[in-house]
Design a protein around this ligand. Structure first.
Ligand code: UZR
Ligand code: MG
Length: 202
């Protein structure tokens, strides 16, 4: 199994890159695991306390569970991925069965911060977009898809997203094998990744 880790700040275009990579593969050849599914279980907290969690800090992620799951998959076993609710800021209690595949993609802002997880990746990718581009995309997404307002998004960006990005996310660029720029539409970088995948699979 080939495990590809894809990191990059919020709004950097990780989802787009993942979709482009997956496009060339058959459904039963690939699966995608999102870091979002591995936020810590916060069932013991009230909703008011869960909202205050810093979701951009590495300690908000249950890396132990993610490491275990990746090891199980590598050993040819299936796992139960916890499903997460962004409105409840908690696990839903439901899971999705993930079977071992030829290619597994793991994506998330903090995915390259953890040494054990980096070890498990065969290819490490960092998706880069300028911070103004990322803020524009984040604003549009949170307002259009997550029901937040302008002031709230900007406040979160300045007080949490930007400092956490600078402290924890941006520094992981040095661990990347490939850095994909997404300020503009880019097909060459994805072509290169697809070539590597085909080469490894054949
Ligand atoms: P991407 N996030 C939420 O908004 N709510 C949650 O319950 C859990 C996470 C956000 C998180 C982070 N920060 O910036 C973003 N906040 O999801 C990462 N606040 O997702 O890489 O798709 O932007
Ligand atoms: Mg995303």
């Amino acid at each position: 199994m080939l495990i590809i880790g894809i990191a990059g700040g919020t709004g950097s275009g990780k989802t787009t890159v993942v979709n482009q990579i997956v496009e060339e593969l058959k459904n039963d050849e690939v699966d995608i695991i999102s870091q979002d599914s591995y936020y810590q279980d916060t069932s013991h907290l009230s909703y008011e306390d869960r909202v205050k969690i810093n979701f951009d800090h590495p300690k908000s992620i249950d890396f132990d569970l993610l490491v275990n799951h990746l090891k199980e998959l590598k050993a040819g076993k299936s796992i139960e991925e916890p499903l997460y609710s962004f409105t409840e800021h908690n696990r839903t209690g439901e899971t999705r069965t993930i079977h071992p595949r030829k290619v597994l993609i793991v994506e998330g802002i903090l995915i390259l911060t953890h040494p054990d997880i980096r070890e498990l990746f065969d290819i490490k990718i960092y998706v880069h977009a300028d911070s103004d581009e990322r803020l524009i995309r984040r604003l549009k997404r949170d307002i259009n898809e997550r029901g937040r307002d302008l002031d709230e998004v900007l406040w979160r960006y300045q007080t949490t997203l930007k400092p956490m990005h600078q402290q924890f996310i941006e520094p992981t660029k040095e661990f990347a094998d490939i850095i994909i720029p997404t300020n503009r539409y880019n097909t060459v970088a994805v072509d290169i990744v697809q070539t590597i995948i085909k080469d490894r699979l054949s």
